[in-house]
Design a protein around this ligand. Structure first.
Ligand code: EAX
Length: 321
């Protein structure tokens, strides 16, 4: 609530001047220099520019305002304006989104981006809009890989008994149970300490997050399993958006697109440079992985989505060139 109220007071005070001004708070889980940080700044800069300074903004990075689930709830009650979040907890609010979390569904970055930038992406943003949230744009986290402190993981058998932090997402948890790990769902802000203290042995995240969070300080091995593509969404509070004029809504849409583009560019950069960075920081990177046995065991998680919605969306996603 604090930021919303602060925003209102700032707007009221400044309304007595030449032009009302409103500061938008953009929450995310990672560091200000991460791919989300870059995207948050692009949002703020674009919005400020398009609005001629009527709107300004600031980042609330590193889970300052809670985990991704907490921040999404913040949007719904209007205590937070904008969030850049993985889809990890989003399916708990908009179950159709679980389709995007299915393992080994997206072939590569081009495929994922084509799906999200096309008809399917638009449909899913609209679904978000039916659940007391506003989906402004699809941004990106990246293909996820497994890290751990115990042993090199090259086959599913190596996951046996490994306590692995997953996102609070039942598709992911079912997938990792199927692959033989012991999934432990946890909000991201708790993860570094949990790894440090050995509460969990491992976790899975894209190179972007592993580098932004310096997981090499607490993890030895990274296996490039690329087991699931992790989209991110630029979400806004409906309470904020409903109060805007059509012109202002357009600025927010444009700013969200600029944010997603900046984040994707940073994902591209880190996909190029990231593995060397992991090695430089002492991680053992296992690149030669046969994905087929992981995929076969993770298949069970598809029913979390298809039992409710059938296979149509999955087939449509696969068919996108
Ligand atoms: O959105 O929770 C997670 O592992 C996410 O990938 C991370 O917070 C970035």
């Amino acid at each position: 609530m604090k930021h919303f109220v602060t925003g209102l007071i700032a707007a009221a005070v400044l309304a007595t001047g030449a032009q009302a001004q409103q500061k938008i708070v953009v929450g995310h889980a990672l560091s200000p220099t991460s791919h989300y940080g870059v995207g948050a700044q692009a949002f703020i800069d674009t919005l400020t520019e398009l609005s001629g300074g009527t709107f300004t903004g600031e980042q609330a990075p590193a889970g300052q305002l809670g985990g991704e689930r907490d921040m999404i709830e913040g949007l719904q009650i209007g205590s937070l304006d904008l969030v850049i979040t993985s889809t990890g907890p989003l399916g708990n609010f908009v179950p159709e989104i679980f389709a995007l979390d299915l393992p080994f569904l997206f072939r590569d970055y081009d495929h994922a981006r084509a799906v999200l930038d096309g008809e399917i992406g638009q449909e899913l943003l609209a679904k978000i809009g039916e659940n007391n949230l506003v989906g402004l744009a699809w941004s990106e986290n990246g293909f996820r890989h497994i890290t751990n402190s115990q042993r090199p993981v090259t086959t599913p058998a190596d996951l046996d008994g490994l306590k692995l932090r997953t996102m609070e997402n039942k598709v992911h948890m079912t997938a990792f149970s199927g692959m033989g790990a012991a999934p432990t769902p946890m909000a991201f802000p708790e993860l570094f300490t949990a790894l440090q203290q050995g509460v969990v042995d491992g976790q899975e995240n894209p190179v972007t997050v592993i580098t932004a969070s310096k997981f090499w300080e607490v993890q030895k091995y990274v296996s490039l399993t690329g087991h699931v593509y992790s989209p991110a969404a630029v979400l806004a509070s409906p309470i904020l958006i409903d109060g805007l004029t059509e012109e202002q809504k357009g600025w927010f849409m444009e700013a969200a697109k600029a944010s997603a583009a900046a984040t994707r560019a940073e994902v591209n950069r880190l996909e190029e440079a990231g593995v060397a960075l992991l090695r430089e920081n002492g991680m053992e990177v296992i690149t030669d992985i046969d994905k087929a046995p992981f995929a076969a065991l993770a298949e069970a998680s598809y029913s979390v989505y298809t039992d409710q919605y059938g296979t149509e969306m999955v087939d449509r996603i696969k068919a996108v060139e």
